[in-house]
Design a binder for this molecule. Structure first.
Ligand SMILES: Nc1ncnc2c1ncn2[C@@H]1O[C@H](COP(=O)(O)OP(=O)(O)O)[C@@H](O)[C@H]1O
Ligand code: SF4
Ligand SMILES: [Mg+2]
Length: 375
């Protein structure tokens, strides 16, 4: 299955198409040896990202987003982890960098913002010291310059009275302020790539847009490449140039953002879209939850991994895994892995229809637009 996905890369294009991508992920796989068996957390994922662009990676919980993100950042050092494929950062192969070599890139050229700021902040160290530590290790500024720079950074991420905040501990700050501090720390060494893994999932809904806007501003001001990882298609709808949809460790659909919302092809993407609250619906409208659960990644059944939950599944879906392909008449940049894509007139022939796991009406009612779901 990984092979079928191997040669199709996703590309967030730079205006200058000749420029080298900031990040290239090639047929990348991460497997964990566990007592239950081999867990295929990431299975043959390929994409590219150019500087100044944002790529959204979307999928339900457990589909491999965090394992992928942490592996790109070189943060998985477990001997029970097996990797294949390649990660190239500015043309350098960083797939197998050890802890020490990795440290010179992580936190400087590549930075990460996590879901829960409390897990990345040191609870017993003052905010100011946490900010200046990274600068000390990587930038060689004088102590006074580091403090000045830290205060500037805190101010730039919207923290009022930054001099006072420098002297506080993380527990003295609100969740939103803590996430602003982690963003300031991530920015301290002027990274070229920012990987934000569910950066607003733990935050109050009123704070979420502020933090997402802040990430946007930082990305633009610094011309960084950004990967925004989320379970919520609404989060990436208005904030990315391209979206990759992951299911059970694989890419099932990817497209330039506007194109994806205009012509969703994969039933899983369609189901994800229907599972998010729409701004144009009255509050209290029930969400269309996706029935069933993703397959266990240590016992992946043959065929399409989404088949047991797919309203369009036919016999073939349970037998053959669909490769990533594009509908060349529409766009080569839009790829999807489905035998019976949404909106394409190749409804099944031959063989009786399999009982749908979700009502087929899910595929026929009006589809929300990018404007209606963007946060
Ligand atoms: N250290 C580990 N050992 C075994 N399995 C793991 C480990 N870390 C993650 N996994 C499994 O990898 C899969 C992907 O997890 P994750 O990347 O955290 O998903 P997501 O971020 O999309 O919610 C899950 O099935 C998870 O249980
Ligand atoms: S139609 Fe078949 S191949 Fe396509 S997502 Fe559904 S189960 Fe998978
Ligand atoms: Mg995760």
């Amino acid at each position: 299955m990984a092979d079928q996905h191997a040669n199709i890369s996703t590309t967030v294009q730079n205006d200058d198409e000749r420029s080298e991508p900031l990040l290239v992920v090639e047929d990348f796989a991460v497997r964990f040896h566990t007592r239950r068996g081999l867990v295929r957390a990431v299975d043959g994922v390929s994409f590219e990202l150019h500087k100044g662009k944002t790529l959204g990676i979307v999928g339900e919980s457990g589909c491999g987003k965090t394992v992928l993100s942490r592996s790109i950042m070189g943060l998985l050092h477990d001997p029970k982890v097996e990797r294949s494929g390649r990660v190239l950062f500015e043309g350098r192969d960083v797939t197998h960098l050890g802890r020490r070599q990795g440290r010179s890139i992580r936190g400087t050229e590549m930075a990460m913002v996590f879901q829960d700021p409390m897990t990345s902040l040191n609870p017993v160290m003052k905010v100011g010291r946490q900010l200046t530590e990274g600068m000390k290790a990587h930038l060689g500024l004088t102590p006074t310059q580091r403090v000045e720079s830290a205060v500037r950074l805190l101010r730039s991420v919207g923290i009022p009275s930054p001099e006072r905040r420098m002297e506080q501990y993380p527990f003295e700050l609100s969740g939103g302020m803590r996430q602003r501090v982690t963003i300031a720390i991530a920015m301290a060494c002027n990274p070229k790539l920012l990987l934000a893994d569910e950066p607003t999932t733990a935050l109050d809904v009123t704070i979420q847009a502020q933090i997402l806007n802040l990430l946007d501003v930082e990305k633009r001001d610094r011309n960084m490449g950004m990967i925004l990882v989320t379970h919520d298609l609404g989060v990436v709808a208005g904030r990315t140039e391209e979206i990759v949809v992951m299911y059970a460790g694989q890419i099932v659909e990817r497209a330039p953002t506007a194109e994806l919302f205009n012509a969703i092809r994969h039933p899983y993407t369609e189901a994800l879209l229907r599972s998010i609250p729409k701004l144009d619906e009255p509050s209290g409208t029930p969400l269309a939850a996706i029935g069933g659960r993703p397959p266990a990644l240590h016992a992946i059944p043959p065929g399409c991994r989404f088949a047991p939950r797919c309203p369009y599944a036919q016999r073939r879906c349970f037998e053959d895994a669909p490769p990533l392909t594009s509908d060349a008449s529409v766009s080569a940049a839009h790829t999807f892995a489905c035998w019976y894509p949404v909106g394409v007139e190749i409804r099944p022939t031959g063989g009786p229809a399999v009982e749908p796991a979700v009502g087929p009406s899910a595929g026929t009612s009006a589809r929300p637009t990018v404007e209606a779901v963007a946060r």
